[in-house]
Design a binder for this molecule. Sequence first.
Ligand SMILES: Nc1ncnc2c1ncn2[C@@H]1O[C@H](COP(=O)(O)OP(=O)(O)OP(=O)(O)O)[C@@H](O)[C@H]1O
Ligand SMILES: [Mg+2]
Length: 213
Amino acid sequence: MIVTTGSLKGGVGKSTVTVNVAAELRRLGHKVIVVDADPIATTSRWIGDREERSPEHALVPGIQKRGNLRHTLLELDSTYDYVLVDVGGYDSPEMRTAATTSDQLIVPMKPSPPDLDILPEFVDLINQFLDFNPELSVRGLFTQAPTHATSRKLGDAKSILADYPELPLFDTTLYQRAAYMDVMPLGRGVVEWNSSKAKAEVQVLVQEMIANG
Ligand SMILES: Nc1ncnc2c1ncn2[C@@H]1O[C@H](COP(=O)(O)OP(=O)(O)OP(=O)(O)O)[C@@H](O)[C@H]1O
Ligand SMILES: [Mg+2]
């Protein structure tokens, strides 16, 4: 199963989603590899930090790759249960070749105007991916959602998404929680940390992802 996390925007939580899904899949005993196709290399750093700072947790192997990812991903797919791909937050050969080779595309978004404003452009791109890869399952995922009960941001954003049937949402939302930032430099996922709320939302996300496959 090849799962790409992609977006036309930076800072939406792509790498956070990739590494947390990787940690949970490893915890569940799956064979996982992360393909870091973003020159910023956030996920590769996380993998290095994991080896150095959290050696008690199961190793997550990773590779860095630029350009056309197709053959690399297909080759890895024959060996691993899950090939998780992290691409840069812009239109790129890496995102296009990954999305047209993947089984699933996860699209993280913050529930706020800059992320929602690019939806028409991104949905056009998704339609191109689907032309080449009709089996691709695409799901939007709200991340960094405000935790205060009075905020209407998430509800408002969800109603905007209702106008984009090409981008159905995960039922799960990842909320703004310090745990996601705290675990990153340790090379851990929130499922390997003391935040029960963050852990629960990542576990539900991974269960949904497995069910979509
Ligand atoms: N749910 C969350 N709660 C709190 N902080 C978060 C959450 N998700 C991401 N962050 C923080 O937001 C920042 C951006 O996240 P991340 O690096 O995952 O985004 P990205 O889409 O991969 O960015 P880039 O385009 O730069 O690769 C990081 O500092 C990360 O720790
Ligand atoms: Mg990133």
